[in-house]
Ligand binder design. Structure first.
Ligand SMILES: Cc1ncc(COP(=O)(O)O)c(C=O)c1O
Length: 487
């Protein structure tokens, strides 16, 4: 997101590689409209914050070659946008995104519904929605409507229905090792709302910056920025957040995904978990733990939540978005005692609480063991899909390394350089109707060698597999091999 660690910039920038992907449609506009389409797409990429001030653009020759358009068209687009103040150029030296523009609207691209027209879709983030337990959910719904007393249909406790808070406290204690008193559980509309709530509460307390993992979830940055906080990207090493950079950054709040880092797929080591908590105690800070897919581990029992080790320095959040469906918009937030009242007050002023019937249905679903059954069913399916993906990659892209722990809904695949260069690989997959994300598109700080990882040509893909059937995984990887071989 930022080219320097403390720059308060627009949310969710994805670096040049991601921006380049949004220019592609302009390149296939009808010849007469192509120049204007390219200018509009580039302008929008800057205005929306996808490209941040200081990012260096590729040379007109390189971009023209990547997009398959004439160099004159790119030169003209650069000149036009430089005149308008979106870009700044230094003759002979290069072209950069200018500093005049401030992104006004958080980018919604990553929250937009996925492209259902894709021939193969490996975009991560969604569970298999066909596994939604319709029969059990509708039985719970009928049961709840029959038993809910009239008075419960009034304005709810903004913390959530007591019955649901009790059910969640039991569930999170048992499954995730969370320290969860029902009085301290807040029901929210997903991790997204938990993030926004925390952002507002922290801002009101005078916090001005929050550290996020880089690479990381674009939503973390977008949502904290929307609450007025500066978002500071912090690099990772093999064990988790780089503690040296974290300490030097000066932030006192940091957002993490320790059980299964998004998107790299690593699990924080025991040592790094301890170091993170030591840091939080030393600076009187806060670690926000986003446990978005912590229930899905295929090689061993899930590692318990960080929050269990120090509930007064960790805010814990999760949701049913990966286990049931993101469209339910139901999740939970547990914060240290010192923040609890402010969080509830924010929740009250935000929406007066979540819908009561939905909360009661989830409570019943959890109480009756349906939630555990659903997790077991999904885990079996997703483990098989991950194995299928690994096998298909080995067959069609020999030499590929799949990294990250066997967990969650996505894997990282590093394809050998001979399938590259990455930009061409991504162009070929996009033209073949294959929806796939590169790891660089989740990176906020720019590497100056656009489209590649630290200058080498390994192609790192973030492959979501949970929502794809084993047959479609095999077909999709086969399709990808055909599309990239013929390039
Ligand atoms: C890292 C991460 N956290 C949380 C979520 C889910 O957010 P929510 O619970 O608001 O649906 C996602 C969604 O893709 C995610 O990638």
């Amino acid at each position: 997101m930022t080219s320097s660690g403390t720059n308060p910039d627009p949310p969710a920038a994805v670096g040049w590689a991601g921006a380049w992907e949004v220019l592609l449609p302009a390149a296939s506009a009808p010849a007469r409209a192509r120049g204007r389409a390219l200018q509009a797409a580039l302008r929008e990429a800057v205005r929306s914050g996808l490209l941040t001030p200081g990012v260096r653009l590729p040379s007109s020759r390189e971009l023209a070659a990547d997009l398959g358009v004439s160099r004159g068209l790119v030169t003209e687009a650069y000149e036009q946008l430089t005149a308008e103040g979106y870009l700044r150029s230094d003759r002979g030296a290069g072209t950069w995104v200018g500093g005049a523009v401030r992104a006004a609207v958080p980018r919604a691209r990553d929250l937009a519904p996925r492209d259902r027209g894709a021939r193969a879709d490996f975009v991560p983030g969604t569970p298999d929605l066909s596994l939604f337990p319709r029969a059990a959910w509708s039985a719970a719904q009928r049961g709840v409507l029959a038993e809910l007393p009239h008075h419960t249909l009034g304005y709810p406790d903004p913390r959530g229905l007591p019955r649901l808070r009790t059910a969640l406290a039991e569930l999170l204690t048992r499954r995730r090792g969370v320290v969860a008193d029902p009085e301290r559980v807040a029901v929210v509309s997903g991790v997204a709302q938990a993030t926004t709530l925390l952002g507002f509460v922290l801002h009101a307390r005078g916090v001005r910056a929050v550290g996020v993992e880089d690479p990381g979830s674009p939503e973390h940055g977008t949502l904290y920025a929307s609450a007025g906080l500066d978002v500071v990207p912090l690099p990772l090493d093999d064990e988790g957040l780089d503690m040296g950079v974290l300490r030097a950054s000066g932030v006192r709040v940091v957002v993490t995904t320790p059980s299964h880092q998004f998107p790299t797929g690593i699990a924080y080591s025991a040592r790094r978990r301890a170091e993170l908590l030591d840091w939080a105690r030393a600076v009187d800070g806060l670690v926000v733990e986003d446990d978005y897919d912590g229930d899905f581990r295929y090689d061993r029992a899930p590692v318990g939540a960080l929050q269990g080790l120090d509930p007064e320095h960790v805010a814990y959040t999760g949701s049913v978005s990966k286990s049931l469906a993101p469209g339910l918009r139901l999740g939970w937030l547990l914060v240290p005692a010192s923040l609890a009242e402010e969080v509830v007050e924010r929740k009250r002023t935000m929406d007066l609480g979540n819908p009561v019937v939905d909360q009661a249905v989830l409570a019943r679903f959890v109480e009756r063991g349906d939630y555990d059954r659903q997790l077991r069913r999904c885990r079996r399916a997703y483990r098989e899909r991950r194995d299928t993906l690994v096998t298909a990659l080995a067959e069609h892209f020999p030499g590929t390394e799949v990294s990250g722990i066997a967990a969650g809904l996505h894997a990282i695949a590093a394809l050998p350089a001979r399938y590259g260069p990455p930009d061409h690989f991504l162009t070929s997959t996009a033209s073949a109707g294959i929806a796939v994300r590169s790891l660089t598109s989740y990176t906020r700080t720019m590497s100056d060698h656009h489209g590649t990882d630290n200058g080498n040509d390994v192609i790192r893909l973030v492959l979501g597999y949970a929502h794809v059937s084993p047959t479609h995984i095999r077909e999709g990887i086969h399709l990808m091999a055909n599309a990239t071989r013929s390039h």
